[in-house]
Design a protein around this ligand. Structure first.
Ligand SMILES: [Zn+2]
Length: 115
């Protein structure tokens, strides 16, 4: 399961940050997930629930910020929502001269914990 790998990676990074900050326990982790990643937030949350066992984040809460993908049209300048990154055509003028602005994020934003 792909989300399990992602959850484990998030926990690895979070534990590194916790050690750097002298935290003995992680109580919360906030991540940002773009809609064009292959990560399904519900599946990530589920996998996180058992991946966190035996880590510093044993009881940590995972907060997932979902980011809807958007692109800008270089021809007419509008910003439009993107459903699929492989078909980036302006919804207003039909131009394919477009630039993806967001939607591919998979970032660890912050951790909370106790010393
Ligand atoms: Zn356009």
């Amino acid at each position: 399961m792909h989300e399990l790998t992602v959850a484990q990676r998030i926990l690895e990074i979070a534990e590194e940050k916790a050690r750097d900050s002298g935290l003995s326990r992680i109580t919360g982790i906030r991540v940002r997930v773009g809609s064009l990643t292959t990560v399904v937030p519900e599946a990530l949350d589920f996998c996180f629930g058992f991946a966190r066992e035996d880590t510093l984040a044993g009881n940590a809460n995972l907060v997932i910020e979902e980011v809807r993908a958007e692109a800008r049209c270089n021809s007419c300048g509008i910003v439009f929502p993107v459903e699929q990154s492989f078909f980036l055509v302006c919804s207003s003028c039909g131009s394919s001269d477009t630039a993806l602005l967001k939607g591919t994020e998979l970032d660890l934003l912050s951790i909370e914990g106790e010393i």
